[in-house]
Ligand binder design. Structure first.
Ligand code: ATR
Length: 480
């Protein structure tokens, strides 16, 4: 297990105390960043009364902090912090050798976090380097290194896992390192740092509430099943919320973690190293992931895209839960789709999954796309009709209008004012399905609704594809 440390970067001691108290349910340790305090406040360090063990950190500019004065003054302030008896730890960088302060700390029962930072990447032999900075048994070594890519992430975990049964703090910074902050308990990091929302003290910090309530990081240990999502970018996805809330509701161990990725081979090696049970795949890897898998489902083969990977008997298997997520809400609405006449707008990856699912259910499909060749490719593969996306197709659309499915990104920011079917007048008996969920109602749906059409957005599809993945990853039904 690991501890959640709140890094406080307020200007005054009073504000710092308030911030700590607003997170008291979700933290175990506090780091007071002295370098963020106003100068006058340096005399008030002994007023920092909180109910948690506190780390005093006075960080220099070179190490990512704000302090730019001389070393003597910095050491003096840290000494006062030790003497105030309000601090359980002080943070000293590896190049700050201050024997008197070290002795004083030991005598006062204050532990030293001996830290080094690398904003340019991961140093060679990170584990050796980390253990070599420790100057006495009173010290906990800490490394915070910037992870720039998937190769760095893999190297980071390999090195961090080499150090067993020793107190240490290891952190990967940046978007690629967010997962290392969540998996602190897996790699045996003494603590993980967090910040107040909107006030990140270091690249990749999350809020203590998210770490505690969504990722349950205090409970993560070496046996916790790990699931995740790969993509680039990946930090904005809703999937961690969907999956982690499922484990919480069922009260089962498990954590679902975002892995920003730029190299699939390295990620698969990492997935094997961390014994990841399964992962979701998002843009831009849904196609490229396929060649890295041992076996894929018929759906993946037909659609040419895979959004779900899970391990079974040591093999990586690929599934496409997008098409199931797409079709289930329609089946709920109509029961049976056999013989239904459906127009599908778009001919990208999402359209392909939709067309595959519709044909499989026995619907008859007309594909409409701006680039006709792409519509033709899908139509030829799945045996359906195709037409250009313009008024020339109006009569045919009228014949394929039991359901009209919108799969393009037109309607989403920055095209939120555009209706891709603006040349068509809804009769009012069409069922409209837009796979976009933000905005909640696209112009396409709004216009249809005004004409009396029943409408559905992509929210249910997003949830359903997640539920299907959940089942494959955990063998349990999602607790809807
Ligand atoms: P996805 O995998 O999300 O479906 P995609 O493969 O890039 O994404 O496909 C995007 C779809 O949106 C395509 O059908 C594209 O039409 P083209 O094939 O003609 O490019 C469609 N699209 C994107 N911008 C569009 C626009 N401004 N007007 C009409 N269609 C658009």
């Amino acid at each position: 297990m690991s501890r959640i440390c709140l890094t406080v970067t307020e200007k005054t001691i009073d504000e710092a105390i308030k911030t700590v108290s607003s997170y008291k349910e979700d933290i175990d340790i506090v780091e007071l960043r002295i370098d963020y305090l106003e100068e006058d406040e340096l005399n008030n360090l002994d007023g920092f009364e909180v109910d948690f063990p506190v780390i005093a950190t006075y960080r220099k500019v070179n190490d990512g902090g704000l302090y730019s004065g001389n070393e003597e003054f910095r050491i003096e302030i840290l000494k006062e912090a030790v003497l105030s008896e309000k601090f359980k730890y002080i943070d000293l960088e590896e190049d700050l050798i201050a024997p008197a302060l070290e002795v004083l700390s030991r005598d006062k029962g204050v532990r030293i976090i001996r830290s080094f930072h690398d904003f340019n990447g991961i140093p060679k032999d990170l584990s050796k380097k980390l253990m070599s900075v420790k100057r006495s048994e009173n010290e906990i070594p800490k490394a915070a290194v910037n992870l720039r890519n998937s190769a760095d992430v893999l190297e980071f975990y390999k090195e961090a896992l080499l150090i067993k049964d020793e107190e240490k703090i290891v952190i990967g910074m940046g978007n690629f390192g967010v997962n290392t902050r969540i998996l602190a308990g897996k790699i045996g990091s003494y603590l993980t740092f967090s910040s107040k929302e909107g006030n990140e003290a270091a690249p990749g910090h999350m809020s203590p509430r998210v770490l505690n309530r969504l990722y349950r990081i205090r409970e993560i240990n070496n046996d916790t099943p790990i699931m995740g999502i790969i993509g680039n970018p990946v930090m904005h996805t809703k999937s961690p919320k969907i999956h982690n809330e499922g484990y919480i509701k069922l009260d089962i161990p498990g954590v679902y973690v975002p892995f920003e990725t730029d190299n699939l081979e390295k990620f698969i090696e990492l997935a094997n190293l961390l014994e990841i049970k399964g992962f979701s795949v998002t843009v831009p890897f849904k196609n490229d992931i396929i060649e890295h898998l041992d076996l894929v489902s018929e759906g993946v083969e037909q659609i040419g895209a895979c959004n779900t990977v899970y391990k079974e008997e040591g093999k990586w298997l690929g599934e496409n839960s997008d098409y199931i997520g797409f079709i289930d809400p329609l089946k709920r609405e109509f029961g049976n789709l056999k013989g239904k006449k459906v127009s599908v707008i778009g001919a990208g990856g999402a359209a392909k999954a939709a067309v595959y699912a519709l044909i499989k259910e026995g619907a008859e499909v007309l594909i409409l796309n701006r680039t006709i060749e792409k519509a033709a490719d899908i139509a030829n593969k799945f045996w359906c009709y195709y037409e250009p996306l313009n008024s020339y197709s109006t009569d045919l659309i009228k014949r394929f209008s039991d359901i009209i499915v919108q799969t393009t990104n037109v309607g989403m920011h920055p095209m939120e004012h555009i209706n891709p079917l603006n040349f068509y007048n809804f009769k009012g008996n069409e069922f409209l399905y837009d796979i976009i969920y933000a905005p909640e109602k696209t112009v396409f749906l709004k216009k249809g609704e005004q004409a009396g059409c029943r409408i559905l957005n992509g929210w249910d599809m997003l949830l359903e594809q997640g539920y299907k993945q959940f089942k494959l990853f955990t063998n349990r039904e999602y607790p809807v």
